[in-house]
Design a protein around this ligand. Structure first.
Ligand code: CMP
Length: 125
């Protein structure tokens, strides 16, 4: 599987070329499965509090391997060397999200990247 290194350079970050700030109804759709959780409102507030970098990662078993790279949801339990293990400070501020299943990934890609060619072949449309 081929890989490439991508970096958004300072001007790209400054100009927000890859950054998206989502509104409350969008965040509520993204986290719809968690709407009954006591932390739901705080989670939505956190996600809409500033820009995020939305990406599609592609590769063999990338849902599982992506979550291995990301680390456990609770940074107190995520291993050193994982993104959350190295950089996150709190379960409610855990730096990065990754779809938890192929089905969730399809739904989330359809929500965040409605124009993506991935959606043209998937069963979500
Ligand atoms: P994420 O991978 O985006 O999926 C759901 C999010 O809910 C999770 O990361 C955390 O940010 C958040 N979350 C899960 N459990 C808790 C909790 N107990 N308290 C606060 N936030 C939580």
């Amino acid at each position: 599987m081929e890989q490439t290194f991508i970096m958004i350079k300072p001007d790209g970050v400054q100009r927000g070329l890859k950054l998206i700030t989502v509104d409350q109804s969008f965040a509520e759709k993204h986290y719809a499965d968690l709407s009954a959780k006591p932390f739901f409102n705080g989670l939505v507030e956190y996600i809409i509090s500033g820009p995020v970098v939305a990406m599609i990662w592609e590769g063999k078993n990338v849902v599982t391997t992506g979550r291995k790279i990301i680390g456990a949801t609770n940074p107190a339990e995520s291993a050193p060397g994982t993104i959350r293990g190295d950089f996150a400070i709190d379960i409610g501020r855990n730096v990065i999200h990754g779809s938890d299943s192929v089905e969730s990934a399809k739904k989330e890609i359809a929500l965040w990247f409605p124009e993506s060619p991935v959606n043209w072949q998937s069963s979500v449309h």
